[in-house]
Ligand binder design. Structure first.
Ligand code: AMP
Ligand code: MG
Length: 346
């Protein structure tokens, strides 16, 4: 399949009539899949009401079929058709954080969405993205759009159109290049289908921000305890991983440098994932800095690009510095631990 590519200059007044957006929306209405930027990462969109369309997402990504998709809407008026009733807390969260990096798991209305979107669950995950291009595209299609991250399953999520091209060129109908995404990590997923909201995946909107709005939320045990199965089916899979094995370490720079030497002495080429503050300290085969530790948003924004860069150089092992587990650091650590398959060096 030849993958169409459009480049769109993103600005607040993007219209549904923009010819490139209209063409991409046409493809969505023909049940084809199209990658587009959101404020979190690039999404791979398809008509959420069509099983034919949704199957193409799973095929293109190689995504396990029991991992449900997030449905993206552009207007609150789209919500009623697919999900509800929403609890008072869910409504508060929508009012405060939509459009934005928060996905709400709500009761699913039967008979509208393809059952492949929800992987057979009675709930559906819904988000309204805060990105002018994503909103114009969804509006122009007139459809609810199922969209996971636009990467091959298991790989780091794409934060630039080049990442999408690298993984999916020839496998999807189109890619809209709208430049680099802003936040760089996926949305926060919170279940609002029961009385007490449960955080299923940390992301762009922090637990602290959510609790300020609706009071205490529970955290899925699958996120914090090794032997618990996560509620969110996708959270049990290894994700975001570069080709070489990766381990996270909370050690000092001296400890990390000693580890690098140890691995090198056993004949391995070693990479280190660090931040600007320490990038000049390490002597390793490849040192990659992602953002500044004292501004964790900059780490979130460049984390996936940094993880992908290890595939461009030949290293046998990657040591990643740990980050504080609060605010957006919660999402960063969650992604790093998944990339590491849980491997921590103390
Ligand atoms: P992705 O589309 O790759 O960003 O991942 C979407 C995340 O939302 C995965 O972790 C899914 O398991 C999760 N998710 C989607 N729908 C549901 C649902 N109905 N209940 C719980 N988790 C969900
Ligand atoms: Mg993903």
């Amino acid at each position: 399949m030849k993958t169409k590519r459009w480049t769109v200059d993103v600005h607040d007044k993007l219209s549904t009539k923009d010819p490139q957006i209209a063409q991409a929306a046409d493809l969505l209405r023909q049940n084809e899949v199209v990658a587009f930027p959101t404020e979190t990462v690039y999404g791979l969109g398809a008509n959420a009401e069509s099983t034919e369309a949704v199957m193409k997402i799973y095929e293109a990504k190689g995504r396990p079929s029991d991992n449900p998709l997030i449905v993206h809407i552009a207007d609150i008026s789209q919500l009623d058709r697919i999900a509800g009733p929403a609890s008072e807390k869910a409504k508060k969260l929508m009012k405060q954080f939509w459009p934005g990096a928060l996905t709400l798991v709500l009761p699913c209305k039967p008979g509208v969405l393809s059952p492949r979107v929800t992987a057979g669950l009675e709930t559906v995950a819904v988000r309204m993205p805060d990105h002018p291009l994503a909103l114009a595209l969804i509006r122009s299609s007139g459809l609810p759009i199922a969209a996971p991250s636009a990467n091959l399953s298991g790989k780091p999520s794409p934060t630039r159109a080049e990442h999408v091209e690298h993984d999916l060129n020839g496998r999807i109908a189109g890619i809209i290049d709208g430049g680099a995404t802003g936040l760089g990590v996926e949305s926060t997923v919170i279940s609002c289908s029961e009385d007490m909201p449960v955080l299923l995946r940390p992301g762009g909107i922090t637990k602290e921000q959510i609790e300020e709005e609706i009071g205490e939320v529970l955290v899925d045990k699958g996120l914090t305890e090794k032997n618990e199965t996560p509620i969110s089916p996708g959270m049990k899979y290894t994700h975001y991983a570069p080709s070489a094995p990766l381990a996270v370490t909370e050690g000092s720079a001296e400890r990390i440098q000693a580890l690098v030497r140890e691995y090198q002495q056993s004949g391995k080429r070693v990479g280190v994932l660090t931040t600007e503050e320490r990038a000049d300290i390490y002597e390793a085969d490849f040192v990659k800095s992602c953002g500044r530790r004292d501004q964790l948003e900059t780490v979130a924004a460049s984390l996936y690009d940094a993880l992908r860069s290890f595939d461009e150089v030949k290293v046998d092992f990657i040591i990643a510095e740990a980050f504080p587990n609060t605010g957006v650091g919660h999402a960063i650590m969650n992604r790093l631990m998944k990339a590491a398959g849980g491997k921590v060096i103390h």
